[in-house]
Unconditional design. Sequence first.
Length: 737
Amino acid sequence: MSSGGRFALLIATGEYDEPGLRRLRSPVRDADGLGEVLRDREIGDFVVQTVVDARHHEVNRAIEAFFRGRGRHDVLLLHISCHGVKSDNGELYFAARDTHRDLLASTAVSADFLRSQMTRCRAKSIVLLLDCCYSGAFIPGAKGDPAVYVQDELAGHGRAVLTATNRTEYAWEGDHLSELNPEPSRFTGAIIEGLRTGEADSNADGRVSVQDLYEYVCERLHAARVRQRPQMWAEWQYGVVVAYARPKAAHPVLVETARLPQAPGPGPQAGRGGARRLLLTAMCLAQLMVVFGASAVNIALPSLQDDLGLSQIGTGWIVNAYNLALASLLLAGHRAAARFGERRVFLAGALVFAASCLLSGAAQDAAQLNAARAAQGAAAALIGAAVLRVVSASAAPSDRARGLGLIAAVTSAGVLGADFLGGVVTALLGWRGVFLLPGAVSLALLATAPLLPRRRSGPEAGIGLGVLDALLFGAGMVCLTISMTGSGRRTWASVEWLTSLASGVALLTMFLLLGLKPRGSALIPSGAFRPGPSRVTVAVSALLGAALASEAFLVSFYLQKVLHYGPLEAGLVFLPPAVTTFTVSVLANRAPYGPRALLTAGLALLAVGLIWLGRAPDNFLPPLEVAAVGLGLVPGRLGRLAEPHGPEAACPPSGSIGELAHLAFLAGSALGLAFALGTAERHAVAALAALPVGLGREDALADGYGQALLASAMPAAAAALVPLLLPRKVRALAEKG
């Protein structure tokens, strides 16, 4: 039988709300250093998640999710670095950020809770590393005796507990305690050094077992005259290998529960660094493909409408089918990647994306095209989730930061340049080429599959996919989008409009009520909308999506339907604003202003630009530039509010602020575009009814597009007021960077 996966959870708490718990500087360094060697495919080859400075309920959830749903042959490693606190009756607790010394049972992580989770876990091989004061008290009745077995306390075989101290000792931090570059603690620092250098391999067999690691740490601490005595309890029916000591040595076959799975590589000639660069390049290309598939279609829509004979609102559904499918499966895609592995999810997404792109390019009517676009959006959700998890979890901390920054840069560049590239492709290949080109890229990306991790990853691997939540959200958004069109041929108070509105509200209410229930499979955590930056980020993202989706669609149609620009000319119109947005965003990131000032100013300028554009659409370039300046001020500060911290930093969970903001942006885009198109059609119909007065068809279209642009300025103006709701302490924190 093949071996299972290797998973590590590193919990580090150095910041405390309780004045009586001294701040610790080493835990973060413990997590960073240990995570780096454990992630290294040639040393530990673990899939690592890090939880930093979290509250007690977040730590409890991370621990429970980590041990849940594991297979018998998985190898699990849990490291905890924090204050250890004992109650009056000697019970051990691990301090979290919100721990109060007088309320340990309700504000700290109990050792009993950790033991119970380990006991219930099916995995046969578990290594627990405790770096805290009094950590030797973890095993009841041990009394510091290293000969005690854990079989009676922790069910299973091949389980080991290494503690930094005995039942009564303190654990010591490193000597260098500066704010800028603190060292790991003495205990964890010795572990990191032994694994990194291979010196912990005492018998030179190319493997570092738990016993090897324990002996090496004891020797190091004794030589350094550190006043703490590490302890170990282990059940030795099966050996547990923590790491390889010599990456290039030929390793013997290990026993079933201790064998390291072979990490997929790019080939015998490619080094680890080359493989990582190739993987990151593939992930960037995949992200660019998803962005192009969503945004580049705007320039091709007028040609598509003429060819297939679609109505204005029917053409809008080509955009909304993609956005709604992507929004519906955005969070579920993250869960799927955690449960089935990034490789499987990425391959499934790439195959479906390629097939749906080919079907979109071959579509002969609106029904075929909408179905293909919905499938394309669903596939994009899977690809996006896999890309985020691969870049977040498969690299060292420094590489992860660079990778996420590169993904963000590629996304921004794709969004800004998609209209221009869409115009070029449409001019050269026709509207079908806008769908066929990303499909070809998707097929090419299938060749990168060997680079992707095949195992399940992250603590959410055992949590449900949230299919019911996704279905309720998707169905509710479709109904609400239908109601928002309110076309000129249907009054706002018609039965059809009231039915779709009521259905949408009911379905979305059920979705939110399910999210409020305390259940593991909920896509949106019940505390996701606490007052503060999360609410502001989600609200601004939704309103921003409503404004931008309408602007891109309406300007493209105005240029090609009223001014008779070709696709290439229309695409070129979007190029100067894209350059302006990029330049302003770079400069804004260096500006010494808080989020309230920049967000309010940027959104206000965006609203002014849209109002100006709606009033004088023929003179389009100046208002587009004003809107571009405003847009450039928004992403940096909004992204800082959504930046993951603590338990989300290493591998963002589903329902994080960043994902909720993306979800809100897509939902706002669909509703905003539907409302704008309904407005455009109502005004165009009214203008056409006045033909005897002398209005022609182009005049009617121009009037409808102008009124729709004015309508799209409404959410931008509303969004400019939302940052004023930011608490003072959040504004001050962001101003300090």
